[in-house]
Design a protein around this ligand. Sequence first.
Ligand code: GLN
Length: 454
Amino acid sequence: DAYLGAIDAANGKLNAYVAVTADKAREMAKASDQRIAAGEARALEGVPVGVKDLFATEGVHTQACSHILDGFKPRYESTVTANLWNDGAVMLGKLNMDEFAMGSSNETSYYGPVINPWRAKDSERDLVPGGSSGGSAAAVAAWLCAGATATDTGGSIRQPAAFTATVGIKPTYGRCSRWGTVAFASSLDQAGPITRDVRDAAIMLKSMASVDLKDTTSVDVPVPDYEAALGQSIKGLKIGIPKEYRVDGMPAEIEALWQKGIDWMRDAGAEIVDISLPHTKYALATYYIVAPAEASSNLARYDGVRYGLRVPGKDITEMYENTRAEGFGREVQRRIMIGTYVLSAGYYDAYYLRAQKVRSLIKRDFDLAFEAGVDAILTPATPSAAFGIADENLANDPVKMYLNDIFTVTVNMAGLPGMTVPAGLDSNGLPLGLQLIGRPFDEETLFRAAHVIE
Ligand code: GLN
């Protein structure tokens, strides 16, 4: 009731929820009460969570915040959310996001932008919460849920977490099942939690993660007790500092924050080593070929026949065209066009195939660093703090918007776990985050190190 009341009071302004499932929440909470009374509480018994609109929730609004999925209510539940309900969590509703998870500011949502609960000192200006999991981050930051599910294809968990002083972890590719999560770029998409602190992230990820026969890319490795890693010493841990992340034009405050993080790690007994990830400079260009290519293929299913919106035309071709023209927003249309272009017969070798090769090199950079004994890598999470809604520099310049993902996309390209932890405020009083990157399936080391920063 407290959370539902908070949503009632704040959502009109923040626009973090696109659907509130109050009746369901009360019903689930009642069942949790009974479990608790009977001494049968499960790991997340009664914990109220919000769900990114990308996760299929049975009988409940699931539209990836797109017009083209109008009225879609799946008859099945995603594996990740099913895992949460099986552990006793309570669903509060569906959270706003960039349309089909394409964006870095939550401004591409069909349901309008999410407002960041944070504001700069002495400023009335509304800021973005980051994206694409902007609703998840804003809801957690504003106490509109205790934790939220999110997804990350190129930074969509880590960047919004950094913009809202929350914790976000994108686990290793294959750690969480993608079944029932609306596909954006299947080889990059991973689910993970956004929470208020590192401990909550550890508890929630343990519940979300599982091997799943319905997703052949989920991996059959034991899910450790992440919470047990918290508080363990990081003495002797080798933390790599990649020189290529000192990008041109990086604000001094971000640089200073990074140095602070390095000092914290060193003071806690970690060994700091300089490393090189030489192919970093190609990461954004490569990501913005691979991700749209996969997206254009995944989004072909929205044709006005099988799901959601249908806009009639004089024949079936015109019906497809009308439905897609009206149903997809501008950014999604842009991605489909880039994707089909780089996959087309004349350009496949020059763009898509080449991008896949560069992707292997990016992954190899990380492999070599880990082979040389590095346990985790520390970088800034974002090149700036949260920016304004409809920022005049960004709104009409998609490439500038893409630059936001400069520190996060490499992690998805390499399939590695990455985590954002709040690390302080800038001179305007806005949150900044640090990112930790780990070896495949070694989220535990990230939790251990993140606990030192927080
Ligand atoms: N901002 C990136 C994009 O627009 C990443 C999005 C994501 O991780 N879902 O593609």
